[in-house]
Design a protein around this ligand. Structure first.
Ligand code: PNW
Length: 471
């Protein structure tokens, strides 16, 4: 396979999943601190209090990136470190700015290009308490825009690649629909005393888009010309295929393509300036409308298509879950065979051709340059293995090798404009509700000692990149 020399190549992480030191240097509390400390919300009661302690071990992380030959690193800024109480009239924390500033300098002097995510789910708890966070349109849009402005001011002289919001679908649906992620609201009263899964996810989704779009507007109007960077959003998609090849299944698939379970009302507003007709059909007046002025800000509000993708599912007609596009997804074909063997999590299996198909679909439909902002694999049982065993992660290598082959084909044979690839993740980390049991890292982390051990996949990725170079 071959990839141009300027193809962006690196790893991704997120603040709450790696930083730890959550009370250090004036950091405020985030909704994930609160949520993960409620008994029963995360596997084995895991939380981000320590994580990989990258707040203290950031130099080790840069060392790993260097060793692995990364040319870019996607990480996120913790809003509660920058503005502990979150709001536009609340004080800015100079120590928070200092931390990311020295980290960015460290990356640049190692020849690694920073890609900075502004929001990877760690909302300041004070905003949740003050006005219910993402449910309050005017407040959250103004506060997120202000937080973004502080980041552009403080880091924009050195950061040229900004991602506003990571995976709005996850924030809206996991946070307000099924209650699996912070703030954990849901209609299910066994999970949450408050919440309405039939309306809140869509309201929150709407506000996420507006917050994203206003931050982009600000960047383009006030920073882009002098700082010369690009800014966009990251959405999550899994590819879908029919569970059988009967002709009757094909229309279902056409429909599922448009819904693409994980993201069906974020890409159309941003890249096409319209609401998905399918979603409108299902939700009716539960889907909030954008006003004319809002459309003017939302439409075209992304310089690139940030794509997080992990898996392919088989789709079958019928299903009641509207978060899943009212289709049934799984991995077993009609003839009883499996699409691919299981991974450590129930939603992800290795099916590389689906990656190529997805890249083509995104490019054909949205004609916007693509960056793969996350792609990676949780090998089975890594948490139970000895260090000697776990570093030989052949399963993860199989995943990456298939995905990268298909990425290269999409780029060079199909002409898809994909410009970068960030593997998830640099190191094993706090996997949200799955705690520490699920490991996505190319670096094994012993959470007792915080020692890091490169897995074979880190070396594999380094070699692939090296051998694929062409100018
Ligand atoms: C992403 N799904 O979330 C997140 O951006 C990361 O923070 C996370 O660690 C990573 O994927 C691995 O899970 C996803 O159900 C969560 O399809 C769930 C899904 C996809 C992405």
């Amino acid at each position: 396979m071959s990839l141009p020399n300027d193809f962006v190549w690196g790893y991704a992480t997120a603040s709450y999943q790696i930083e730890g030191s959550n009370e250090a240097d004036g950091r405020g509390v985030s909704i994930w601190d609160t949520f993960s400390h409620i008994p029963g919300k995360t596997k084995d009661g895991g939380n981000g209090d320590v994580a990989t302690n990258s707040y203290l071990r950031w130099e080790d992380d840069i060392e790993s990136l260097k060793t692995y030959g990364a040319k870019a690193y996607r990480f996120s800024v913790a809003w509660p470190r920058i503005i502990p109480l979150g709001g536009r009239d609340d004080p800015v924390n100079p120590k928070g700015i200092e931390f990311y500033s020295k980290f960015i300098d460290g990356l640049l002097s190692a020849g690694i290009e920073p890609y900075v995510t502004l929001y990877h789910w760690d909302l300041p708890q004070a905003l949740e308490d003050r006005y219910r966070g993402w449910l309050n349109k005017d407040e959250i849009v103004a506060d997120f825009t202000n937080f973004s402005k502080i980041c552009f001011e403080a880091f924009g002289d050195r950061v040229k690649n900004w991602i506003t919001i990571n995976e709005p679908w996850c924030v809206a649906v996991l946070g307000y629909g099924n209650g699996q992620c912070a703030p954990g609201r849901s209609s299910d009263r066994t999970k949450s005393q408050e919440g309405d899964s039939s309306t809140e996810p869509w309201i929150v989704g709407h506000h996420l888009m507006l917050a994203h779009a206003h931050a982009v507007k600000l960047y383009r109007e006030q920073y882009k010309s002098k700082q010369g960077g690009q800014i966009g959003i990251t959405l999550s998609f899994n590819w879908v295929m029919p569970y059988d090849d009967s002709p009757e299944s094909q229309p279902v698939i056409q429909c599922a393509y448009s819904k693409l379970s994980n993201n069906w009302d974020f890409q159309d507003p941003v890249f096409r300036g319209r609401t998905s007709p399918l979603l409108k059909g299902i939700l009716g007046n539960r889907l909030p409308e954008y006003s004319q002025e809002e459309w003017a800000v939302v439409k075209g509000s992304s310089d690139f298509f940030g794509l997080n993708t992990y898996s392919t599912s088989l789709v079958q007609e019928g299903g009641t879950d509207e978060f899943n596009g009212k289709v049934t997804t799984g991995f077993i074909k009609k003839d009883g065979t499996e699409l691919a063997p299981p991974s450590h999590v129930n939603w992800l299996r290795t099916y590389p051709p689906g990656f190529r198909a997805l890249l083509n679909w995104v490019w054909d439909n949205y004609k916007t340059p693509i960056y793969i902002t996350e792609n990676g694999y949780p090998a089975r049982g890594e948490n139970e293995m000895s260090v000697e065993e776990v570093v030989h992660d052949a399963e993860r290598i199989t995943y990456f090798s298939g995905m990268l082959e298909n990425l290269a084909k999409a780029k060079t044979e199909d002409g898809v404009d994909v410009r970068g690839y960030f593997a998830w993740s640099l190191l094993d980390n706090f996997e949200w509700a799955d705690g520490y049991d699920t490991r996505f890292g190319v670096t094994y982390v012993d959470f007792q000692t915080q020692k890091r051990y490169p897995k074979d996949s880190s070396d594999f990725l380094k070699k692939v990149r090296w051998q694929s170079r062409r100018s």
